[in-house]
Design a protein around this ligand. Structure first.
Ligand SMILES: *Cc1c(COP(=O)(O)O)cnc(C)c1O
Length: 415
């Protein structure tokens, strides 16, 4: 039980206390850490941080009325995203605090849109692949909707037959991920989109993770399908700027083929003693820092910068993949197209390998279906790819020989 502090304390004293407290925290972009971290180099980080600090106190809620520079950044960023995602004339979007809010707003947009097209559906339902992000369940709780999540993911792809079967009179939206978080393999957006079209449903693409990778990776990887507004049935796309755009935390976007649909998410209230209150998303006050940071980093890197980073990370991923597949008993799961991927084993317990790698001070993730070790790679890992692979080989040998027993650790994405 901590009491509210009764007296003042010096900042220098508090600062050392905080530095002491964080000494056991993960160093997010450390080269032995393979947990989610979006790191493109110290230069990019400096741009993201300095621009964030410039606007740390400006409230983006008031950008239109008080901070024309922030309003300009927002407007320009939306245009840039339309361009990046091949939006046709008339497309647009709005900013949110993160991918969860973007997906939630996509559900809300579809719900309001469906009221006009499908009046009468009591509890609106959405059908999502097995691998879709849990933020859809969160959205369903808030919006009083229902998520029908497919139970199988045959060969890690979408069970299209089950998806079609799950559609009923209450269904308003289908979802595909580009790619899903789990294995980095993009869902067949064109096929799901055609199904949505046929049943008169909203088609949403969750590209929170891949929105800033796939447009560049498609140049190098012909297995990546069309996933953005080039697919004519796609009505909305969520894309996180605080992931692979490398902006500071707190910014994502919901992009819409028809920008007038952003009105479905606008709350305007004009009967308040304080005056008109009108916002395009769930947040009220929000830091201008995240917007400034996104604007600065995107202009700093440009297509040229993102393309170079993506090419570099694809090569690094291939180095990891080749090394892993060369170790007896191990294989990479599926066909990763982005920078997080999983590997498992048909021959021994991969969680025992995970335990032993953790004992060697590697910080790795675990996934459940199939049992696998999950890695998210970034530019720090150039320093450690060779040692990681040689440790992995030794550990796998010992597990295969029965010399390491598995501990009982759950797979946790966020808790
Ligand atoms: C990260 C992620 C989300 C959720 O984004 P947050 O910013 O954590 O709220 C949704 N979908 C996918 C595919 C993601 O990778």
């Amino acid at each position: 039980m901590t009491n509210f502090p009764s007296q003042k304390r010096d900042w220098s004293e508090l600062k050392s206390a905080m530095n002491e407290a964080r000494s056991n925290d993960l160093i997010w972009n450390h080269e032995r850490v393979f947990k989610p971290a979006y790191f493109a180099g110290d230069d990019v980080l400096e741009v993201a941080r300095e621009s964030y600090h410039m606007y740390i106190n400006e409230n983006a809620l008031y950008s239109k009325t008080s901070y024309p520079s922030l309003y300009q950044y927002e407007t320009e960023l939306i245009d840039m995203l339309v361009d990046l995602l091949n939006g046709p004339d008339g497309s647009g979007g709005s900013f949110t605090s993160g991918g969860t809010e973007s997906n939630l707003l996509a559900m809300k947009t579809a719900r309001e849109w469906a009221k006009e097209h499908q009046p009468g559906s009591s509890t609106p339902e959405i059908v999502v692949p097995r691998t879709a992000h849990p933020s859809f369940e969160k959205g369903a709780t808030v919006l009083e909707m229902k998520v029908v999540r497919l139970q199988e993911s045959p060969n890690l792809t979408v069970d299209l037959a089950a998806m079609e079967k799950a559609i009923n009179a209450n269904t308003i939206m289908l979802v595909g991920s580009a790619p899903p978080y789990n294995y980095g393999h993009t869902d067949p957006i064109t096929v799901i989109g055609a199904m949505a079209q046929q049943h008169g449903l909203w088609m949403h693409v969750d590209s929170c993770l891949g929105g800033f990778i796939l447009p560049f990776a498609r140049e190098f990887d012909s297995t990546i399908p069309e996933f953005d507004f080039l697919v004519p049935t796609v009505r909305s796309i969520s894309v996180d700027l605080h992931k692979y755009a490398y902006a500071a935390k707190g910014i994502s976007a919901l992009m819409l083929r028809d920008k007038t649909h952003t009105d479905y998410n606008r709350t305007s209230f004009n009967d308040w003693p304080g005056g008109l209150y009108s916002t395009p998303n769930l947040s009220g006050s929000r830091s201008g820092g995240a917007i400034a940071s996104a604007w600065a980093v995107i202009n700093y890197l440009g297509r040229e910068g993102y393309r170079n980073i993506v090419q570099d990370l694809i090569q690094l991923r291939q180095q990891f993949q080749a090394g892993i597949n060369a170790i007896p008993g191990l294989r990479v799961v599926g066909n990763p197209q982005t920078f997080q991927f999983a590997f498992g084993s048909d021959q021994f317990d991969i969680y025992a390998v995970a335990d032993a790698m953790e004992d060697l001070n590697w910080k790795i993730g675990r996934a459940r279906e199939p049992h696998s070790i999950q890695l998210m790679i970034n530019r720090s890992h150039h320093l450690t790819v060779t040692t990681f692979l040689s440790d992995l080989e030794k550990v796998s040998d010992r597990v295969a020989a029965g010399n390491i027993k598995v501990r009982d650790i759950q797979s946790v994405y966020a808790n």
